[in-house]
Design a protein around this ligand. Structure first.
Ligand SMILES: Nc1ncnc2c1ncn2[C@@H]1O[C@H](COP(=O)(O)OP(=O)(O)O)[C@@H](O)[C@H]1O
Ligand SMILES: [Mg+2]
Ligand SMILES: [Zn+2]
Length: 231
């Protein structure tokens, strides 16, 4: 007869291990596989998907001046994080040239924080904004989604202001950024726009992001020579 196969042989997927007691009912203790499940759920909640787990610091090659600068800034931010996270300047901004590794480094930071049990939420700007706008009338969805981005320990906004933007996009971004600004909650921002353009889109949003990430800003010059895909 074939043995039943369990994901966890210790608890046979019940989540509990029974420890026999001499004079009473067996004692039930939670199995360690629950922690694994918990971590998996936390990662799922973060929105960082499996394809992105190759975006690590060790996979990031230093191949030109810009990549050196970007990596140095991201690693410095990582090292300083516990010291600066409650400060005014507790965030990082990676902006400029497409394909220069901005998402790669942002995700590398996110993955490292998750490993330290810091609750990171990944916000793919374009998709997230589109979905929020589609559900504008669903008050519960709107509040739930915005709060997720407002309240998490670290918010990673990937490709900020990508695509056409209008006033309602800016209002949504403002609601999220301003909350985080007021409550000293860090953001990791990647955007293909320069700091100047970010400020021009909307000064209220741009200046808050800039103030928060002043100590860790990387602006990569728009030049094909900074595009890793064309290397
Ligand atoms: N310095 C680098 N070392 C290794 N891979 C890189 C580097 N820079 C970019 N990449 C890879 O090139 C692709 C584009 O990078 P990405 O981070 O998406 O660029 P951006 O967000 O700046 O547009 C990704 O697959 C990324 O992993
Ligand atoms: Mg990107
Ligand atoms: Zn188990």
């Amino acid at each position: 007869m074939k043995k039943p196969s369990y994901k966890c042989s210790k608890c046979c997927d019940t989540g509990w291990i029974l420890i026999p007691q001499e004079k009473s009912q067996p004692l039930a203790v939670g199995c360690e596989c629950r922690d694994v499940e918990k971590v998996k759920n936390e990662w799922k909640y973060s929105g960082i998907n499996v394809e992105m787990t190759t975006h690590t610091f060790s996979n990031f090659q230093v191949w030109n001046e810009a990549s050196q600068r970007a990596k140095d800034t991201a690693t410095a931010y990582y090292t300083d994080f516990s010291e600066v996270r409650k400060e005014r300047r507790n965030s990082i901004l990676l902006c400029g040239q497409v394909g220069s590794g901005k998402t790669h480094l942002s995700v590398a930071l996110g993955l490292n924080f998750l490993k330290q049990k810091i609750k990171v939420v990944y916000m793919p700007y374009r998709d997230a904004i589109t979905k929020i706008k589609q559900n504008m009338l669903d008050h519960e969805y709107y509040t739930r989604t915005i709060s997720k981005y407002q309240l998490c320990e670290v918010l990673l906004i990937d490709d900020l202001f990508k695509g056409k933007i209008n006033e309602s996009d800016i209002n949504i971004v403002f609601e999220i950024i301003n909350y985080r600004y007021l409550n000293f909650l860090p953001i990791i921002v990647s955007s293909e726009f320069s700091i100047e353009r970010l400020l021009n889109f909307d000064e209220a949003v741009g200046s808050r992001i800039y103030e928060m990430s002043k100590d860790y800003v990387v602006e990569i010059e728009k030049d094909m020579r900074n595009n890793y895909r064309l290397k």
